[in-house]
Write a protein that binds this ligand. Structure first.
Ligand SMILES: NC(=O)c1ccc[n+]([C@@H]2O[C@H](COP(=O)([O-])OP(=O)(O)OC[C@H]3O[C@@H](n4cnc5c(N)ncnc54)[C@H](OP(=O)(O)O)[C@@H]3O)[C@@H](O)[C@H]2O)c1
Length: 225
């Protein structure tokens, strides 16, 4: 009981602290992204849309919106161009087919934001026989991360487009402070699993030289309209 209260208190402290008092950190957020390539999954709406719009303002060479609904992806693309004046290559691609294509057609990948996720209160199973949230939030996230590692790794050996602003390729997984509530609901468990997933990926030899990160945003909404 006391342990449960402690867990809820840790979550509340973290959540309210981050939600109302945290300020964005990290000078490299504003690095020159010229010549670099980024991708964000689940970027047609929500946090993913915001995660794609921010780098668009910094004018990388290529930005890929990996989405499951191409129509929504195209709408997000138009909105990003209108908001940011992005002039590079901007593509909406089907997330399922993306990983195979990425490793054969992209020359470099400087940042992969694996963000797509789902939060429901009802139980549903996928055609593959997994709980839907577990498959979308954790298994697919891990699979895509592993499939993209070779390209991210290959990018570590390429010259930086800006030698004075060298930066390792980033692999970022969208988590949640809700992981502190693990065992209080399936969604929270999937986000704790993503924390472990991120740690395991960090320790892989193939992740050497790649900045692997678990991020959480606090509670937020955003949309292309
Ligand atoms: N919003 C928050 O306050 C908050 C807080 C903490 C963590 N997060 C995390 O942030 C991430 C984004 O959440 P959000 O709030 O921005 O949610 P959202 O607005 O519902 O967006 C979720 C995105 O994931 C995509 N997606 C869902 N199921 C998918 C599937 N089976 N295959 C491929 N793509 C799928 C959605 O595509 P469709 O549009 O086609 O459905 C959409 O692009 C999630 O990982 C979530 O756990 C959010």
């Amino acid at each position: 009981m006391a342990e449960e209260r402690g867990q809820t208190f840790s979550f509340a402290r973290k959540f309210y602290g981050d939600q109302f008092f945290a300020k964005p950190r990290g000078a490299d957020t504003y690095s020159d992204l010229t010549g670099r390539t980024f991708l964000v999954t689940g970027s047609n709406t929500g946090i993913g849309f915001a995660l794609a719009t921010h780098p668009a303002r910094l004018q990388p060479a290529q930005l890929i919106l990996a989405v499951r609904d191409l129509k929504k992806g195209e709408a997000a693309k138009e909105s990003i161009v209108a908001q940011t004046g992005f002039k590079g290559a901007l593509e909406a691609l089907n997330v399922k087919r993306f990983a195979e294509r990425a490793n054969t057609t992209l020359e470099r990948l400087d940042g992969a934001n694996i963000n797509a996720g789902v939060h429901t209160w009802s139980w549903a199973m996928t055609a593959d026989g997994w709980g839907r949230m577990l498959q979308v939030n954790t298994l697919s996230t891990g699979l895509l991360a592993l499939l993209l590692l070779p390209l991210l790794q290959a990018t570590t050996a390429l010259p930086s487009p800006h030698p004075d602003a060298a930066s390792p390729p980033h692999l970022t997984i969208t988590g949640s402070a809700g992981m502190l509530l693990a065992n209080k609901g399936r969604y929270y468990n999937t986000k704790l699993f993503n924390w472990y997933l991120t740690r395991e990926i960090t320790n892989l030899p193939q992740a050497k030289g790649i900045a692997v990160k678990y991020i959480y945003t606090g509670f937020g909404v955003s949309s292309p309209s």
